[in-house]
Design a protein around this ligand. Structure first.
Ligand SMILES: Cc1ncc(COP(=O)(O)O)c(C=O)c1O
Length: 430
């Protein structure tokens, strides 16, 4: 089928609530290898968003492929009966998660893991604690429980009625109109005020670095301040590391960057090289005692299936054998340098921020006004696609997160294309 044929069939039959980049892209992919994707006509694209931050080992990594082939020949689904594939993954995960987070539960999507974490939390705390806390601009998925944790939503109305929502450490657009560091972290202070005043909060759900909102990296003291208050007030910390977990920031968990020890971590995307997989890692007292350890509380039809277990184990093996965390740190340094240089050259690039191999560009009409400019972001995304580089667009924000296996040369090529497109935008006053 040609690209035109594929697009035509999908336009006719497929629900059109697809992501902004899929809708804008005008491309249909047929295969991928490493950091490269190919469309139906054989045109090549550098995948600078790694699927959707899923392809940490790139597309079709040989070790993941051969491990999956072997598992395909053996066993696909036995509901949640014990399997050698799941036991092997548990053992592998103990080498990567901190000592206090060594009880695991497996699911298939990020939202499903968040729902499970909500069940685990409410199963463990006293019945007086009926509320959850989260942060403004956070994103935790599209199921009802996950939507209780956000005050904006993707394509549907939010459902944050009973939740307590605090301010993130979003310095470029401080929600309190303050400037760091003279603000003395008023955002964290206000989160703490909520947490200490309201006596009925069970847990704070948080992305250590907010992904969908535009890779919002708070100042280093933000999370330790909030952690201290949560501990004092008996509020559990549930880290949503669905984007960041598995090494994208150069640490296995982004919480380590902030020296924060969550009680439960949800992880997914990059941990299984693109196969449907999500998980919770938590304290034994939360995940293996009480209600969440009752019969069936954590089981689901596809959760823990041997193929996903194998994909995750093989991904972790590649992470280890190719020393990918070191690589993320090293290449992340170059990505940072390149993007900051572009920001300095083009004032309509209001901010370029991130850590490791997870970055965002914020497009604005003027640097002073900081008014979000979604048209510029869309132009940038489309033009990069035409020039063979795929990124991720949402509103006025472009996110960049290549596979950890991306080569230096590929990274330079992508930075070159970004520079070329920004110059065109500057010259043509886009
Ligand atoms: C931080 C975060 N949490 C949860 C989710 C939901 O994951 P899923 O789309 O697999 O349900 C996402 C998805 O992008 C996410 O970025």
């Amino acid at each position: 089928m040609s690209t035109e044929d594929i697009l035509e069939v999908e336009r006719r039959y497929l629900n059109q609530g697809i992501s902004e980049e899929a809708a804008l892209g005008g491309v249909a992919f047929t295969h991928g290898r490493g950091s490269l994707l190919f469309d139906a006509e054989g045109k090549q694209y550098l995948d600078m968003s790694a699927g959707i931050f899923t392809q940490s080992t790139g597309h079709g990594h040989p070790h993941v492929t051969s491990s999956m082939h072997r598992q395909l020949d053996r066993l696909w689904n036995v509901h949640d009966f014990p399997t050698d594939a799941r036991a092997a993954l548990c053992e592998k995960l103990t080498q990567h998660f901190p000592e206090h987070l060594q009880t695991f539960a497996f699911f298939t999507t990020g939202a499903e893991a968040i729902e499970a974490a909500i069940r685990a939390v409410f199963g463990a705390v006293s019945p007086q604690r009926q509320r959850l806390a989260a942060l403004r601009y956070g994103f935790h998925g599209k199921t009802m429980g996950a939507r209780m944790l956000v005050h904006w939503d993707v394509g549907t109305t939010s459902f944050s009625g009973n939740s307590v929502l605090g301010y993130p450490g979003y310095c470029y657009r401080c929600p309190l109109g303050r400037t760091y560091p003279s603000c003395e972290m008023q955002c964290a202070q206000l989160v703490n005020k909520h947490i200490s005043n309201k006596k009925n909060i069970a847990a704070l759900f948080f992305e250590p670095i907010q992904g969908a909102a535009g890779v919002i990296v708070p100042p280093l003291e933000y999370w330790p301040m909030i952690q201290e208050e949560c501990r004092k007030s008996g509020v559990l910390l549930v880290a949503d590391e669905i984007v960041t977990g598995g090494g994208r920031t150069g640490e296995f968990l982004a919480c380590s960057l902030f020296n924060v020890q969550p009680d439960i971590v949800a992880a997914a995307k990059g941990l299984s090289s693109g196969f449907p997989f999500s998980m919770l890692a938590g304290r034994k007292s939360l995940l293996n005692e009480g209600e969440f350890a009752q019969g069936g509380a954590a089981s689901s039809t596809f959760g823990g299936n041997p193929l996903s277990m194998t994909a995750a184990r093989a991904t972790l093996e590649v992470l280890e054998s190719e020393h990918l965390l070191d690589r993320v740190k090293r290449l992340g340094g170059r990505l940072r340098e390149g993007l900051l240089a572009l920001k300095a050259d083009f004032p309509f690039l209001g901010d370029a921020r991130g850590v490791g191999l997870l970055y965002a560009l914020e497009f604005v009409t003027t640097p002073q006004g900081k008014e979000p400019d979604a048209a510029k972001a869309r132009f940038f995304f489309r033009r990069c696609m035409e020039l063979g580089v795929k990124t991720c667009v949402g509103g006025h924000i472009i996110r960049i997160g290549p596979p950890f296996t991306v080569s230096e040369q590929e990274l330079e090529q992508a930075l070159g294309v970004f520079g070329q497109v920004l110059k065109q935008m500057h010259d043509q006053k886009v």
